[in-house]
Ligand binder design. Structure first.
Ligand SMILES: Cc1cc2nc3c(=O)[nH]c(=O)nc-3n(C[C@H](O)[C@H](O)[C@H](O)COP(=O)(O)OP(=O)(O)OC[C@H]3O[C@@H](n4cnc5c(N)ncnc54)[C@H](O)[C@@H]3O)c2cc1C
Length: 386
């Protein structure tokens, strides 16, 4: 049976697009299959903005993010297009918040440049904020905005420029594994490759069951809303940073909500983190609950009064969560020529170009330069394939 290519990549979201880009750039023949059109809005990689930041509660993510900045810059120069806008970021927290403390500890341990501002200092620099006097802010200047729609399109276009074959509206319906090759079955026929990367996002549970793998993944439907601020000029890039508030959430003390300066669309975008209902990629709705809009409006009233205004755009998007919120990046047990990437738990986009590199190295070199131990399948009790 002849093979169509060296590597088949299932799913052209952020991770699959990045894997195809990194493989094609390395001269590897790659076929990228996507069930919908590239850039669709049913999964996890659409919309106007994603945060890239060094304020992280685990040193390994900080090192990964440093490499990701370099790889986004390489993509920008390869493609001659800018995808990352630096704005700086303010993490805001009441005293003694455990998640904020973990971030500060990791930033100190990895020498991330940052400043700690009192509530008064935050307001002096950004008078847009209204803050209780006991709150403090952590300023990190490298943070910025990635435009997911543009990034995914650019990754796929640049992969194509380097020779990748892209087939969208081509759903993989079955995966047949052999010891040294794979066959994927679609409505447009069968494709044969020596290796496979499964980066199916919120559909990962279904896709991986086809290769006998059951993972404890939970899909949640998250929402974000753009509000027309009373004073839009105060919230432009350059006058206002990305921000995140730490607080109490339904699942304990955590990053509660976050927002962006005006970017990519009129209005200020704000969203809660890990607050959406459990669903599946196929059963989800596209409705943003009115109570979510009210809750976000409440945050603006409390902390950013001049940003208040009518909601002008609202959208849903899916997280695929692991129990510990660490990613899954590994090869399929018993099949080292099959790599999987899923469970990005609402924080994977910033690393997409690096995860693409890790997946490309896993299937072509069976090793990675950056450790993926934290993302290993072996941390889950029972996963089986062969
Ligand atoms: C509201 C929201 C805000 C976020 N904010 C941030 C942030 O600020 N910073 C950050 O770093 N991350 C953030 N994230 C997380 C980030 O967006 C995701 O981790 C990332 O987009 C996941 O990409 P993916 O490629 O795994 O999934 P997807 O983009 O969903 O890609 C999977 C693709 O596989 C395709 N597919 C599935 N099954 C098949 C099949 N059988 N055949 C063919 N194709 C198939 C799907 O159609 C889809 O296109 C956020 C996520 C959401 C939802």
């Amino acid at each position: 049976m002849s093979v169509d290519c060296e590597v088949i990549v299932l799913g052209a979201g952020a991770m699959g697009g990045a894997a195809a880009y990194q493989l094609a750039r390395a001269g590897v023949s790659v076929l990228l299959l996507e069930q919908y059109e590239v850039g669709h809005t049913r999964g996890a990689s659409h919309g106007e903005s994603r945060i890239i930041r060094l304020s992280y509660d685990h040193p390994h993510y900080i090192e990964m993010c440093r490499r990701s900045y370099r790889l986004w810059a390489e993509l920008e120069s390869d493609a001659g297009e800018t995808v990352l806008t630096r704005t700086g970021m303010l993490d805001l927290s009441p005293p003694g918040h455990p998640a904020m403390a973990a971030c500060l500890e990791s930033m100190r341990a990895t020498a991330v440049e940052h400043e700690i501002w009192s509530s008064a200092e935050v307001i002096r620099r950004y008078p847009q904020f209204k803050l209780p006097s006991e709150y403090f802010g952590v300023w990190q200047s490298d943070a910025g905005i990635l435009s997911p729609q543009q990034c995914v399109s650019l990754l796929v276009r640049t992969a194509q420029k380097h020779g990748a074959v892209i087939k969208d509206n081509t759903k993989v319906e079955a995966i047949l594994l052999q010891d040294d090759r794979v066959t994927v079955v679609t409505q447009s026929g069968e494709f044969h490759g020596k290796k496979l990367i499964v980066s199916a996002g919120p559909w990962a549970g279904t896709a991986l069951q086809q290769v006998g793998l059951r993972l404890p993944l939970t899909v949640t439907q998250e929402s974000y809303v753009f509000f027309q601020p009373r004073r839009p000029d105060l919230f432009e890039v350059g006058r206002f940073p990305i921000f995140a508030f730490y607080g109490d959430t339904p699942h304990g003390p955590d990053l509660a909500f976050y927002g962006f300066p005006v970017f990519g669309k009129a209005g200020i975008k704000i969203a809660r983190h890990h607050a959406g209902p459990v669903t599946t990629a196929d059963d989800r709705s596209f409705d943003v609950p009115p109570e979510t809009v009210d809750r976000l409006q409440g945050y603006l009233q409390q902390f950013l009064p001049d940003a208040q205004g009518v909601p002008i755009h609202a959208m849903t998007c899916l997280y695929t969560n692991t129990p510990d919120r660490h990613f899954v990046i590994d090869t399929l047990p018993g099949y080292r020529h099959v790599a999987i990437a899923c469970g990005f738990s609402g924080h994977g986009f910033k690393f997409a170009v690096l995860i693409g590199e890790l997946l490309a190295d896993l299937v072509t070199k069976q090793r990675t330069d950056c450790s993926i131990e934290l993302f290993s399948l072996s941390r889950f009790d029972s996963v089986s394939a062969k």
